[in-house]
Design a protein around this ligand. Structure first.
Ligand SMILES: Cc1ncc(COP(=O)(O)O)c(C=O)c1O
Length: 346
């Protein structure tokens, strides 16, 4: 794998979402019942045993967050404490030893600082995407938790999700489930994503941007998209998002629930969203770190497309939520207490 190009040669405004081997990543090891301090390394290759549980038994979890360049050249992290806490929970679910949350945040900051030249300039819409990852390693063969683990944080610059302004796309429902009723849906674990590749591929081939999964027990309620939670806006100024034990607790979702209430004066509601009752919504979208908000033009269900606001234009509430959240992330709109952490650069 080739090293990342020199920052001065990168076309920041036209980056996609692609892996890049940046100069530095953080790597820590767990053995004999404790984590070492970890350190920055230039080696992008993990050297692990063929018996690693992360390879065979899905003992692997991860996170995704971004660093944002502000107008005055500083670098913001958006709620990294929430990613640290969510990874802690994912680790508990897979019997993995959580990396201490304060050290998680310090590791993320050290990776951003070491690769600061790769944080895209303000105004290009680009960000530095960070991928914390933990896997069980060492010589194992039985289905048991590993005795040794690796925790790493690597990074790459990624482009603005929308180049020509926020635009809606259509989503479809699927016969497949993303998660079982009491399974691992609420944890950010590798196995959830392996199983989503086939339904995601079928949706793309049929012309949809992603699958909206239905609840695995009854297939009557909306759960979430492949990598984003769902929201709908009602005629009565409610911001509605599904409540379920088998969806990933999206940090973007909790942020928008707050902003809908405090910045837009809406009523935040977490509850059931029945797939045959979509008329209650005037606008809908999918929300997550990658897209911030992906407006949903329509959802296909039983061969019928239910269109919300428009298949081509973003609704006014969705646009306002998008502008408010991205404004906070890039430092242009005042953030609620504790949402932004600066990366120390000297
Ligand atoms: C399945 C799933 N749902 C929702 C999200 C959105 O979560 P967040 O807003 O924390 O990025 C993600 C991405 O992390 C995801 O993978």
């Amino acid at each position: 794998m080739a090293k990342a190009p020199e920052p001065s040669t990168i076309d920041w405004a036209n980056l996609g979402f692609n892996y890049m081997d940046l100069p530095y990543r953080f790597l820590a090891h767990y053995s004999d019942g404790k984590w070492d301090d970890g350190e920055l390394t230039e080696d992008a290759t993990l050297h692990i045993s063929e018996g690693s549980t992360g390879l065979h038994y899905g003992q692997a979890d991860f996170e995704g967050l971004k660093a944002y360049r502000t107008k005055n050249g500083e670098i913001n992290l958006f709620r990294p404490d929430r990613n640290a806490a969510r990874m802690h929970k994912s680790c508990e679910r897979l019997l993995m030893p959580a990396f201490p949350e304060d050290k998680f945040i310090a590791a993320v900051k050290s990776v951003v600082k070491a690769n600061a030249d790769y944080v895209p300039p303000y105004g290009t819409g680009g960000t530095l995407y960070l991928r914390p990852l933990m896997i069980g390693v060492g010589g194992n063969i039985g289905v048991h938790p590993a005795q040794e683990y690796i925790f790493t944080v690597f990074a790459m610059p990624v482009g603005a999700y929308y180049k020509g302004g926020v635009t809606p796309t259509n989503f479809t429902t699927s016969y497949y489930d993303r998660a079982a009723p009491h399974g691992t849906g609420q944890s950010k674990v590798g196995g959830n994503y392996g199983g989503s590749l086939l339904p995601g591929d079928e949706a793309h081939k049929a012309g949809y941007s992603d699958v909206i999964y239905l609840d695995p027990a009854t297939h009557k309620k909306i759960e979430e998209a492949g990598s984003a939670n769902f929201f709908g806006v009602t005629k009565d100024n409610e911001f509605v998002t599904p409540k379920s034990d088998s969806i990933l607790p999206s940090i973007t979702k909790y942020s928008l629930l707050y902003l809908a209430e405090h910045n837009l004066g809406m009523k935040p509601v977490q509850g059931d969203v029945f797939i045959d009752d979509l008329d209650r919504f005037t606008e809908a979208g999918a929300m997550g770190t990658a897209a911030v908000i992906a407006p949903i033009g329509g959802i296909e269900y039983h061969d019928k497309l239910h269109v919300f606001y428009s298949e081509t234009e973003v609704g006014p509430v969705t646009q306002k939520l998008y502008d408010t959240l991205t404004g906070i992330q890039f430092g242009d709109v005042e953030a609620p207490e504790g949402w932004i952490q600066k990366v120390p650069l000297d």
